[in-house]
Ligand binder design. Sequence first.
Ligand code: ADP
Length: 446
Amino acid sequence: MIEKVLIANRGEIALRIHRACKEMGIATVAVHSEADRDAMAVRLADESVCIGPAPSSQSYLKKSQIIAAAEITGADAVHPGYGFLSENAQFAEMVEAHGLVFIGPTAEHIRTMGDKIAAKQAMIDAGVPVVPGSDGGITSIAQAKKVGKKIGYPVLVKAASGGGGRGMKVAETEKDLENAIKTAKTESLAAFGDDAVYLEKYLGKPRHIEIQIIADTHGNVCHLWERDCSLQRRHQKVMEEAPSPALNHAQREEIGSVVVKAVAKLGYRGAGTMEFLYEDGNFYFIEMNTRLQVEHPVTEMITGIDLVREQIRVADGKKLSFSQEDILLVGHAIECRINAEHPETFIPSPGTITDFHAPGGPDVRLDSAAYAGYRIPPHYDSLIGKLIVHGRTRNECVMRLRRALDEMVVGGVETTLPLHRRLVEAQGVIDGEYDIHWLERFLGLK
Ligand code: ADP
């Protein structure tokens, strides 16, 4: 039985995991770098261990240090959060080899889904529709040209190991293809240590719609409806909502059941997300994330289910605490990612938060590890917090979000709050009519 969880992460997600553990009566161990001594999760956790200097390569990515911290503190499970080692199959293996529970899927599933070419093949085998593209990786320019002719331009060159919106290059015509492949390969090798790339049809006006799933080790798989994450900049999500304004209930039930069948076929355990592009009424699989997502709270708000709690339960060998029929979809939820960045240039703005006021009131949730006096270290991502709001209808949700954004104060650093305040007044957002390129057009970048 899991009695003490080591949280192998930092920031708001470390705090989020700590909160779920406390509500389950589970003790927590926070690991932190030298730059994160004053972090909220470190203050609140039952125990904490410094695992190295500020750079994540010397701390949050140091597998042996994290495992040593678990052994020293007598933790019996490790929650990796998102980012860092959360999708590192070798880390999952090491955790289990040391007799600890990895709160996530098996190393094998992490490995398969982490290779986007293998993941796409697994989905084709499971009967899930995918974006038309190359059959596996690109082995020569001639082969790429052949694929390009078949699927039609523009095409997207994607890195098999890509993530976080990196390692993607558009080729508008056949003339651009060779260059796009070369650039994508070079970038991918530098960022991910792997230069395998594949081709996909570049969709012109899709939405990004993803399905949250969770599976236990007793053969139960459930979906928790969808999230619409089309509001993106540089392929990175800025604002997310659930349910998607583009789907009706029959459509969401249908894609949900396709996904549940595929996940059951994979024999997957734990939480995961299947990401799709959705265009003209069709879904196309792009990737599966084998971890908790940043945007998981919108799903929690519409279903009332604590996903982290459920992750811990299934990792502990317990059955899911619900079946598909029990999972409600009530009202609407929207999340704003609030970053310490200039709202127009998006240049990171680390520094000390001088004032901090969290909005409150009914159905308002702030997942943040920030506080007045907190110094944002320059070494990590710039997320200060996530503001998540629920309403009985989408309109009520948007009105509440405007009100909550008005109440929120973060002083001393630049933040993206002004951008979110503009977004909730924008017609495309009010109407829910946007595709993955909408935000960049709105920002004048396209
Ligand atoms: P990552 O793992 O880097 O996040 P994804 O495959 O999940 O990469 O894609 C991230 C985003 O890139 C998508 O949400 C979408 O905006 C865009 N994208 C990916 N594939 C395509 C495609 N075939 N056509 C158009 N846009 C795409």
